[in-house]
Design a protein around this ligand. Structure first.
Ligand code: BDP
Length: 599
């Protein structure tokens, strides 16, 4: 049975947790014999594998690096002394792309989707007085019915290869923290907050969910631990007089303290940092606390040397330091929800986030990003399996919003990246996705999605669904690059004039624009792939942004170089980073730093 609560596991007097990270046992299962050969009770011939970790870049042979199919992990653990009366759960930050969890041979949960938590109740299977065996079966195949989209090629010898329709390496494994949780039997399972400005005060409407009916008390404390507001009941309102607002790059966090009370005695407590801020799209402005903001920053990836998509505090710390250094204020979690710690960091640093669901690759082509750049026409949503895709897409939107809804840093949700949007079937598909998604966020934050080159003012049938429009554009790179950059500039300006003529009165944000750049290359005059060209490209693109007042943000593609599938379009990955994969600046980083210091 899968668990209902996606709350982040904080420890306190009532809630125990312990990380199960470390070296686990690991085995590939290319013939999918695991279940029939009883691997659910233990792996027959395992090797060691770090958890969290992406397995690919730890191997020295191609076959293992690109392994596609079933693979298994195993870990033994004890229930710590003193946890006997608690309900026990396992919490995986993610299992990429899908997983099945067995404890002592019992199948306890199955989860589809590689970038959101899997939380499992384990009481029914656990031994309190001895060693317990956790076995997890994962699978990293790609298809057109789950997200991210791709296909799995099966060679004559039966070997499988993942063929992503997206431009990042299909890193897989248990890539985020794994926790063992001991929680009170009657426990807080979820909460949400909705913030409004009322004169010089703020109101925080809350809702708390528990698995019982005991009393609930909710308190809000400021930074000096002073109680500022209090209410009782599963729903209620906290009034905060003259609050300190959570501002962009000026964060201020309160602590919400939720108590579950039985006969005057606290039986569970959940504390988290929240920010008091409002979000609104008003005309062509993005307003945070009623003030217009211009988004400056990056599309990012969870990606680093050796680590692949493993969450790592040092990488996160360095990335935030670099983003602050460039004077950025925003990033998009392209192209999937990141580990939760990224959002906690952003809450503390005052960064805005566009949180994106892994709906990427919704164009039928092996090299989609290339096909998109070349203007290929597809009809992805005419497929007979489209309803299954939609079900998976919606499930992940629901889980993402459930997990992330209380972060002040998240000001918008992105429900897709570069799908086909020009057919009636695309319109029908996304109308349904947006209608259903609108019901899910208690804060009713803006919904958006990133549109590729073929989604033009006169062809795109989906942009009216978006609360603000996000464009991914590569004028001067995929379109009229290098010697033709003047032509690129004209085409870009022409497109922008077409958007302008529609008088949409909504903000447009550039969620991608960028040029592949090798840090080793310098060219005078500037030529494609050189550091000089990246700067020239950014200068040209930003000069167009500056001409249109409804352009309300620029998120460069990409923060840092990142690994992709091999191919003629990629030189050891995508090199559009403003920073190298090792997080050193290319010359364009100084250009952006200067530009953003003035906006
Ligand atoms: C866009 C995609 C992004 C790619 C980028 C590129 O959204 O994932 O990495 O192009 O080609 O189409 O660099």
């Amino acid at each position: 049975m899968e668990n209902n609560s996606l709350l982040y596991p904080y420890e306190n007097r009532y809630r125990n947790n312990t990380l199960l990270n470390g070296l686990w046992k690991f085995q590939f299962d290319p013939k999918s014999v695991g279940e029939s050969d009883d691997w659910t009770t233990g792996l027959p011939d395992p090797i060691e594998m770090p958890v969290p970790g992406s397995f690919a870049d730890l191997f020295t042979d191609n076959e293992s690096r690109n392994y596609t199919g079933d693979f298994w992990y195993e870990k033994e653990f004890y229930i710590p002394n003193g946890w006997d009366d608690q309900q026990l759960q396992l919490r995986f930050g993610s299992l990429t792309q899908r997983g099945i969890v067995y404890v002592n041979g019992q199948k306890l949960a199955e989860h589809e989707g590689g970038f959101l938590p899997v939380v499992v109740n384990i009481d029914q299977a656990i031994k309190h007085d001895g060693l317990n065996k956790l076995v997890v079966k994962l699978n990293n195949e790609l298809s057109e019915t789950s997200i991210p989209c791709g296909t799995t090629k099966v060679l004559d010898n039966g070997k499988k290869l993942a063929k992503p329709y997206f431009d990042f390496f299909n890193y897989s494994g248990i890539q985020r923290n794994v926790w063992l949780l001991g929680l009170p039997q009657e426990t807080i399972e979820d909460y949400s907050v909705k913030i409004k400005k009322s004169g010089s005060n703020a109101t925080v409407d809350y809702q708390v969910e528990t698995n019982g009916s005991k009393n609930i008390r909710v308190q809000l404390y400021d930074k000096s631990d002073e109680l500022v507001s209090e209410a009782v009941g599963p729903t209620g309102q906290l009034v905060v007089k003259n609050p300190t607002w959570w501002g962009v790059r000026k964060p201020y966090l309160y602590t919400i303290k939720i108590d579950l009370i039985d006969n005057n005695e606290i039986i569970d407590e959940y504390n988290e940092k929240i920010g008091i801020r409002t979000v609104e799209i008003s005309g062509d402005q993005i307003l945070i606390n009623d003030e217009p903001v211009y988004l400056k920053g990056f599309g990012k990836h969870e990606d680093f040397d050796l680590l692949g998509k493993t969450f790592n505090w040092s990488v996160a710390k360095r990335d935030f330091e670099l983003m602050k250094w460039t004077n950025a204020n925003c990033f998009r979690t392209s192209h999937y929800p990141y580990a939760e710690e990224w959002y906690q960091f952003a809450d503390r640093e005052g960064f805005l986030i566009i949180d994106e669901v892994p709906a990427v690759g919704m164009l039928r082509s092996i090299q989609n990003f290339l096909a998109a750049g070349m203007g290929a026409q597809t009809s992805f949503f005419d497929s007979p399996t489209v309803n299954l895709l939609k079900k998976n897409h919606l499930k992940q939107i629901k889980e993402m919003m459930k997990r992330d809804k209380n972060h002040p840093s998240i000001f918008a949700w992105s429900l897709f990246n570069e799908p086909e949007t020009t057919s009636d079937s695309a319109k029908e598909y996304f109308t349904d996705i947006f209608t259903q998604a609108r019901k899910l966020d208690p804060q009713k934050r803006p919904l958006t999605g990133a549109l590729e080159k073929d989604s033009q003012p006169d062809t795109c049938k989906c942009y009216p669904l978006l609360d603000f429009i996000c464009l991914n554009r590569y004028y001067g790179w995929y379109i009229s690059g290098g010697t033709d950059i003047d032509e690129a500039q004209q085409s870009f300006e022409k497109e922008m004039n077409e958007w302008s003529k529609l008088n949409l009165n909504v903000p447009i944000v550039f969620t991608e624009f960028g040029a592949d750049t090798l840090p080793s290359e310098h060219k005078l005059p500037a030529a494609m792939w050189s550091q000089e060209y990246q700067e020239k490209y950014l200068q040209m693109n930003t000069s167009i942004f500056d001409k249109f007042s409804f352009v309300r943000g620029e998120l460069v593609w990409c923060f840092a170089d990142f690994q992709t599938s091999e191919g003629i379009m990629r030189v050891d990955g995508n090199r559009k980073g403003v920073f190298t994969r090792e997080r050193e600046p290319k010359d364009s980083a100084y250009f952006l730093k200067k530009r953003w210091s003035k906006i």
